[in-house]
Design a protein. Structure first.
Length: 489
């Protein structure tokens, strides 16, 4: 779609809206000429303290026009936000007029659509006012606004448990038995890179040891620990013991009641590995089947069967972990609404504390896109999610965190559902950006959050395991930046 701007250059806002409202369209910055059938002219004017946006939008030969006005107030930073909102709102309303379609999350395009609710509640607004704000200001559908109110309220509750120098720790294991068709995560297949695992563990333990010393010097308090991937249980029991021992001996765990490990793939879970987790006081284990449907498991490239999932859950149950999570994905290739219902029902049979229902995100570099694999239509995905929500509520679960990703089927969301007391607080912290996350390992993304604000700084580890092993100076620089950040607070 050709985009022409007058009076502004807010490319990011318009491009995000374009991606959300017209999947498949790409921005083109060229003059509109006769015969063009896909274009938008977005104009901004500011008479006194008023922002007036006009959008002319054409697609497939049909043209609509919209005008949106928003008062300007506050400092320059606040006014900039108001301008961006006005541009996004006007483009959204024009697109809605043209297509007759209202996306479930309205004009919201970000990863964390419940953040406005959390901010409103923390500012003293009533739940009803916070929900109405989403519907009226961002055009969110009533059902999604109600959902955001639930998860946003949990985030507001989670924020109260944190103090100014509290942090979470994330440890990444970027190895998997195979690469799933939907995945573009920077990970290595253990089958192809087995030799990298031992030196990776060596490097990771060194980083954890140094990080623990830095955290002690900075006077920080660790509240949650999360080991993710990849698939952490691709490590041997001995390797997992080494990593967890490095954490135990380097960090003060006295204020860290939550230790989560993504056991992940059922075919990597053994009694020996679970015994190691139990010995280190791990309080939560995630088993991520994604589906119980045999044709879907084969289509996405999993090496295990549905029976392997059952065996893994039996092993986990015998170990007696306080909390167990399970993950499913709605919209996987070869899946059907009936198949997804069967998968969710089998998860409910096990009664884990937490069931996360993801919506398939079409990621660049995934086999789904590179090979043009067929996936269920958005209407089918909607049918899957429409079954999930009432079934989970009837079983005693409630939504406690949510997030979105780019290119999600049907522009829906990922939702974590839990039973009372089953919340994984790390999930809430990271999705609502409530506190700093100190990340270890390849592709680690460290977030430095100014407490009580929306101000965040980031530091990234190198992506690939080989590079991570060879370049310890990168994580050393990240830890120095983390310490300097807290020294300046």
């Amino acid at each position: 779609m050709k985009l022409v701007f007058h009076g502004h250059d807010e490319r990011y806002v318009v491009e995000q809206s374009l991606m959300n409202l017209f999947p498949g369209e790409k921005p083109v910055y060229e003059p509109i000429v006769p015969g063009d059938s896909s274009w938008a002219v977005i104009s901004l004017a500011e008479p006194e303290d008023l922002c007036r946006v006009t959008v002319s939008l054409c697609r497939d030969g049909r043209t609509v026009e919209r005008t949106y006005e928003e008062p300007l107030s506050g400092d320059d930073f606040q006014r900039e936000g108001q301008r961006r909102h006005a541009i996004g709102a006007c483009f959204f309303l024009a697109a809605r007029d043209l297509t007759g379609v209202t996306p479930p999350w309205g004009m919201l395009t970000g990863v964390r659509p419940d953040k406005p609710v959390t901010w409103a509640l923390e500012a003293g607004k009533s739940p009803e006012a916070a929900r109405a704000y989403l519907e009226e200001h961002y055009f969110v559908t009533p059902s999604r606004a109600a959902l955001a109110l639930e998860t946003g309220a949990t985030a507001a509750q989670a924020a109260k448990r944190l103090e100014r120098r509290d942090i979470d720790v994330y440890v990444g294991i970027p190895f998997c038995p195979t690469r799933c068709a939907y995945c573009s995560f920077v990970s290595q297949s253990v089958e192809r890179s087995f030799a990298l695992v031992p030196p990776y563990v060596d490097a990771l333990c060194a980083e954890l040891t140094a990080g623990g010393e830095m955290v002690r010097r900075a006077g920080l308090r660790v509240r949650t620990f999360y080991m993710g991937g990849g698939t952490p249980t691709t490590l041997t029991a001995e390797q997992m013991d080494r990593v967890l021992t490095a954490f135990d001996t380097s960090f003060d765990r006295s204020a860290c009641p939550e230790l989560t490990v993504e056991a992940g793939r059922p075919d990597t879970i053994t009694a020996e590995k679970l015994a190691v987790l139990k010995a280190h006081g791990v309080t939560r284990v995630s088993v991520n089947p994604q589906t119980f449907e045999e044709p879907v498991l084969r289509a996405i490239g999993r090496c295990h069967t549905a029976a392997d999932i059952d065996d893994a859950m039996d092993l986990v149950a015998r170990c007696g972990f306080p909390h167990v999570n399970m993950d499913l994905i709605a919209g996987l290739l070869e899946d059907t609404a009936e198949g997804f219902r069967r998968s969710l029902d089998r998860c409910l049979h096990y009664g884990p504390d937490d069931i996360t229902v993801h919506t398939l995100a079409l990621k660049k570099g995934s086999r789904i896109l590179t090979e043009g694999l067929r996936i269920p239509a958005a209407e089918t995905v909607a049918e899957m999610l429409d079954y999930a929500a009432p079934a989970l509520r009837e079983a005693g679960y409630r939504p406690y965190y949510l997030y979105r990703q780019k290119y999600m089927s049907g522009s829906f969301e990922n939702i974590g559902w839990c039973r009372p007391g089953g919340e994984c607080w790390y999930n809430v912290d990271i999705m609502s950006e409530l506190c700093s996350i100190l990340s270890f390992g390849a592709a680690g993304s460290t977030k430095m959050v100014v407490p009580g604000t929306n101000q965040i700084q980031r530091a990234f580890n190198v992506k690939y395991p080989t590079e991570y092993i060879q370049r310890p100076e990168k994580w050393q620089a990240n830890q120095a930046a983390f310490a300097a950040f807290y020294e300046a607070l």
